[in-house]
Write a protein that binds this ligand. Sequence first.
Ligand SMILES: C[S@@+](CC[C@H](N)C(=O)[O-])C[C@H]1O[C@@H](n2cnc3c(N)ncnc32)[C@H](O)[C@@H]1O
Ligand code: SF4
Ligand code: SF4
Length: 331
Amino acid sequence: MNILNLFKSKKSYMCPLLNNNLHFTSRNTLEPCCSANIGPALVSNLSEKDSIKEFIKAKKHYIEMFKSGKIPAACKDCVHIAEYKKQSDFRINKITLNHYTQCNCACIYCTQGNRSFEKIKEDENKPVLYDVLKFINELYDNNLIDREKLYIDFQGGNISCLKNHQEIIDTFLNRGVGTIYIPTNNIVYMPVIEKLLASKKGELCTALDSGCSETYLKIKQVDKFDKSVENLKKYIEKAGADSIIIKYIIVNGFNDNMEEIVKFMNLMLEIGIKIIVVDIDYRDIIDKSYTIPKHYYDIVNYVKKTCIEHNMDFGMPPYTQRVLERGFSIK
Ligand SMILES: C[S@@+](CC[C@H](N)C(=O)[O-])C[C@H]1O[C@@H](n2cnc3c(N)ncnc32)[C@H](O)[C@@H]1O
Ligand code: SF4
Ligand code: SF4
């Protein structure tokens, strides 16, 4: 084999998330991604650190590793691995804020630990793990942020329970941000969300997961279906529906039936929702190695069809889409 062929046969990789994303976790760590895998480069015990310089150094090391064709063990089989493309901008364009778990409901599927009424109470006065603003300001001060593109994904517990959420949002608005995405259970009406929606800087996403209060109560464990719907109507009235996304997470044995999805879609049409996202409970993906029941496809297809008929946008997270494309097995 001549030397040219040798070069051709060597594969190079990259991970777009590693290149430009940051994830502040509730495990007291900073990670490059928020995927099912944990990811390679991480700085632990953020609460004991003043700087994220160490993380940036580790990130460069892993970028080089991918480029040289080596896949870090923690990234094995990750769906985000891509073929290498030359890239020179490694500034952060997406930050996921997952540094707190406090919430005012207890969804049975919640990835933020086994939630219960006791946990809701216990969490109420629990401080956040670390000061996320210290690190965000460091990134801005060192020109490590793409201020125009920056997409903030407020994960965590529920934003209404995060005491300094206003200060965090103001920092982004003052220092430069593209879009602030706020997933929330919508149990509490928040004027700051109304303002973000009205100024086209924000997106709101609520996983309603049901078409009636009985199913909602079983899934979320709080009787707040009517309140959440009322708040949605209020946001639409004040700021329009263009940036409001309503999600239906299919939860095995709770809402995975046609009756519920029909009720849900009818309600969405009635209140003027324009964007629907269907997801599947991550526990199905993580625990059951992609064994997706056949009737999930009927639910997804019904939502798709209704969205087309009524000129609504239909979406599905890319990860879930790939899992569904891999096929199903009947339980
Ligand atoms: C942990 S929540 C935090 C934000 C907010 N409390 C909420 O529920 O919208 C972040 C997102 O993860 C989603 N999520 C949590 N557990 C999930 C699961 N098991 N399967 C699918 N999505 C899940 C929620 O619907 C939400 O959109
Ligand atoms: S390849 Fe996957 S696990 Fe690894 S950094 Fe990228 S997104 Fe995270
Ligand atoms: S509202 Fe969000 S954080 Fe709260 S329990 Fe549900 S998924 Fe978890």
